[in-house]
Write a protein that binds this ligand. Sequence first.
Ligand SMILES: Cc1cc2nc3c(=O)[nH]c(=O)nc-3n(C[C@H](O)[C@H](O)[C@H](O)COP(=O)(O)OP(=O)(O)OC[C@H]3O[C@@H](n4cnc5c(N)ncnc54)[C@H](O)[C@@H]3O)c2cc1C
Length: 581
Amino acid sequence: MTVEVVEHDIVIVGSGIAGLRAAVEIKRNYGDKLNVGLISKVQLMRSHSVAAEGGTAAVLYREEGDSYALHAWDTVKGSDFLADQDVVWLMVKLAAEEVRLLEHWGLPWSRRPDGRIALRPFGGHSFNRTLYAADKTGFYEMQTLYNKLLEYDGWERYDEWFVTNIYVDEGEFKGLFTLNPRDGNIYLFKAKAAILATGGAGRLYSFTTYSHSVTGDGLAMAMRAGIPLKDMEFIQFHPTGLVPSGILITEGARGEGGYLINNKGERFMARYAPQKMELAPRDIVSRAIMREIVEGKGFIDEVSGLEYVQLDLRHLGEDKINDKLPAVREIALKHAGIDPVEEPIPIRPVAHYTMGGIHTDTYYRVLDKDGRWIRGLFAAGEVAAASIHGANRLGSNSTTECLVSGRITGILAAEYALKAEEAKEPPRDRVAAEEDWVYSLVKRESGTPSYMVRRELQDTMGSKFYVFRTEDGMRDGLLKIVKLRNIMRSDAYVEDKSRVYNTDLILALETVNMLDIALVIAKGAITRLESRGAHYRLDYTKRDDVDWLKHTLALRYGEDDVSLYYEPVRITTWKPTERKY
Ligand SMILES: Cc1cc2nc3c(=O)[nH]c(=O)nc-3n(C[C@H](O)[C@H](O)[C@H](O)COP(=O)(O)OP(=O)(O)OC[C@H]3O[C@@H](n4cnc5c(N)ncnc54)[C@H](O)[C@@H]3O)c2cc1C
């Protein structure tokens, strides 16, 4: 068969904030010297990053009392001490320059009355340091980066191309297999270096803030290539998902002064975090909400059966809501028929962020199981675990990490590619095998529709690996995941048999990826016998620094299992202490 080949100096998988930032960095430093391919399985600007609402954290005005040390400390404490402290320092030091660059490139940050950039409070940050553009920050960041990229030539976009696998051999990145939906063929991408910026895995849960495209593909393909995944048991549940859809009500709503209330009208956070109240870190607020619900102090949504508490913004008044939280009002009106000016908003904890990710070093170079850099390969943004967020991410630190890691990987990939002799490619005879693998699901004539497997997986994750976890529950969940993996392998099929724009097939490929990631989350969570950050076990309620102050690393083991090993946390400045808010 003829093999379709595409060649670039550097290929970036993912066009969210991390991918676009990396592309801009390569272009603004090296111009036409390096040719870039930018692949996204959705239209470039529809990457989930556009949905980021609340803001981006950076130390902007040190003269007002904020400091790098304070931002770093807040992040480390928020992470429940699982963050690698050298990476945290790196991020907080580079953050201010990043947000200023965006300002110069045209981002309309919200302003103070005196015209300076405004900052809002965010959970777990002990200083107001979150920059925002109303509550549509991600949209403006994406737009600004994209506009900047348009100033340059020498890059090509591959919208709606779906990367199926990455090829790593002899400790080196050697190319990608990619499905072009327009002709249904597998194309082989050659490059000297690659940056994986494929985002998280939020869609493993059905009650999630994430777009349908966030299915952990990059994580799964890294694992299939023998790359370890780090700390995947830590999934963040954001306290305020709109009931019943799960759409995010930004933490900015509490940052601007919103209250959480139970069915007795109490501001219950007074009992869980007396100082920080609604602005305690997300893991703590989510647990508080679930405790209220378990104790019968919640409400029930008659249609979905979901239990919830309320987010009350009424006291902020119509003008402030319109000015600072226009999208919150619009979302509540459109998706719950509630006007927050008049009524409280029904919310409950919702799957929101993948703290774990591809194992990298401090500079986002992807590592193998022996801790050696896989030459030419980088990971940036949510898919990477460097690790800044440890067991619990602070709000508004993710877009910061996307910007900083995009910049770092852009520079490092460029420097590597400039020195590399030639673009690497996978063996061409592998393309046929890749195509067989991709189309095996289409060949099957009947069985279980793959979308049913996806739905059952999401239900399992939502019930067994949610805010409160137990050994029995998680073991049930693991059995179910294994069963669904078997169904996917031996019985699942896709109804659409066409080769052109077969979105049914792409959904099935994503489901395969989701099942790979679910297994890692389940094994990591069952094995970690403590509660830390977002991983909270009712049977081991305490953090255990003696045995568990360490990163979980998961490696693919045979066709159908994962093996775990552990690595120490890099503690450079702060020893773990009790987390009080
Ligand atoms: C609703 C919402 C609000 C948020 N608000 C905030 C906030 O206010 N502040 C904050 O700091 N963080 C926020 N976050 C988190 C933050 O937005 C994300 O962590 C961040 O945007 C992730 O960016 P990324 O560049 O890593 O990936 P994404 O933006 O998720 O992009 C992933 C890219 O990878 C591509 N891709 C994936 N798989 C494949 C494949 N197989 N083949 C080809 N391409 C592929 C996709 O097409 C896409 O282009 C929010 C998240 C959500 C969901």
